[in-house]
Design a protein around this ligand. Sequence first.
Ligand SMILES: Nc1ncnc2c1ncn2[C@@H]1O[C@H](COP(=O)(O)OP(=O)(O)OP(=O)(O)O)[C@@H](O)[C@H]1O
Length: 582
Amino acid sequence: EDQSVIQALVVFMEKLNPGSMQTTPNWGWNTSSDPCTSKWAGVTCDKDNETVKKIVLEKLNLSGTLDFESVCKVSNLLVLSVNFNSITGNLQQEVSNCKRLTHLYLSGNQFSGSLPDSITGLPNVKRIDISNNGLTGQLPDFSRLTSLLSFLGQNNQFTGPVPRFNYRQLDGFSVANNDLSGPIPDDTGRFDANSFAGNPKLCGKELPVQCPVKENKKSNFRDVLIYAGFAVLGCMVLVLLAILVFKKKKKQNDVKTHLSVKARNGSDSGRSSGSKNSRARSEFSTTSVESGGVSSSMVVLSSPVVNGLRFEDLLRAPAELIGRGKHGSLYKVKPDNGVPLVVKRIKDWKISRDEFKKRLQKIVETKHPNVLPVVAYYSSKQEKLLVYEFQQNGSLFRLLHGSQNGQLFGWGSRLSLASSIAGALAFMHHELKSDEIPHGNLKSSNILFKDDMEPCLSEYGLMPINPHDPDPTNDQTTTPFKADVHAFGVILLELLTGKPVQDNGSGLSKWVTSIVKEEWTIEVFDKALIVEGASEERMVVLLQVALRCINSTSTPPTIAEISAMISSLKEEEERSMTSSDP
Ligand SMILES: Nc1ncnc2c1ncn2[C@@H]1O[C@H](COP(=O)(O)OP(=O)(O)OP(=O)(O)O)[C@@H](O)[C@H]1O
């Protein structure tokens, strides 16, 4: 580090009253040594040992004041933690000089005074923990901080309203036990009463104190006029909308009638029995019945699940649209006295009937207990239908991001799911390599739980492989099999972070990679896993496996290699479970 920075750091430490700490061996923090090469206590530097990146001084009985002006001279400082000391005084507004700071931990001290507004000028800050201090005054508007992931300000004496944040983006938030007042903002979403408790002047739906309903009895003539104006405007918008919807419907209907011209059973589209599913049914039936003599084109596989199912039965049964993805729609269908099924309808797949049939035969032959079998399929020029058994226990996506947020989905189960799915995928890749049939659309909504909660891959090999797909994983050097490995890496990240995936997982993998670079890896893991006390060491290993799937450019590992790594990790986990008993 620069001599001037070293000097600033020494001043910073002096103001913290390190007292007897200075005599501990390897303490450092003096002008005659370098924080990186001499490894000062609590200091972490970059890989090349050139600049300080983290300063973590927790539980050291430090009692002075926090000199941001000095410490922020470290221009690359990412992490500053002084949790659990006895530091006093105000928080200087120079905190905002630490421009690159991502983590600020000041919990468990005796800071007083108000939080400087300048804190909202830290463009990269992700975690702020100022809980358990004696801070007062109003909290500033945090909505500018678009990188913020958590704010913990509980157990202080803040007053005034609950400030604005990008609540939807936060995974941790608390202002409990302060003296805040007024309503809690509408968009706090998944933060429950615990995040706000202990503020007697706060009101809200989930709090003991309800907000008063605003009464507006004295509406005068002007108000009436304004409302009338709005009402007229509203009506116009509604009429416009109705026209638009009507037009669209008409267009759709045109297509349907066109498609259903050849329908043998012309009554299908009009058979509205008055049940609530009738609309969905007609949509499914009319577009699917397009080809005459359909029975013969439907291949029903000899599975007890669909014993004797005929195409007509499928069309006659009530169908409910449950998904409309990039490649087609998904319907839940309950045939008379049969088990519930799902029908995937894929449109515009440029594949000949023969090729499709051959492909499906291959897929059907390749059976694995963790791959959901196709129970019937049908192909016509315009569309392909694939039938599976409906899985009532839902998908991995739902388990991780549904109402329970993965709370009850522990580390052991996640690791074992990863191992089963990797194993299944490795098997399928091995068997279908020469036919060049990868999964093609691997994601957490395509991992379903069977009745025994064993995970299974659904929709294997269904996706049209389009060479012009702008998908970054589909460049020339990337075979479709490699794309599966990449997608599997993204699923591992989802399991580890508990965060949903958008844009092909590139956002999530960038985020994880950046945090791992910061050497603050624990930050990426799902809180539920940390709370559970999952082995950090093994989570890090799985994270490295995930990053290898995602980041290897030229020669990514094969799924078989990945599968082997995960099973040995799982064995290690199992061994530790049996040996850790006292
Ligand atoms: N066999 C099944 N049983 C129960 N639910 C299913 C079954 N197959 C899919 N689902 C669920 O139905 C929903 C819609 O599935 P669909 O395949 O249309 O969506 P998607 O996977 O997001 O899109 P796409 O596969 O077209 O990219 C998903 O939540 C999926 O988990």
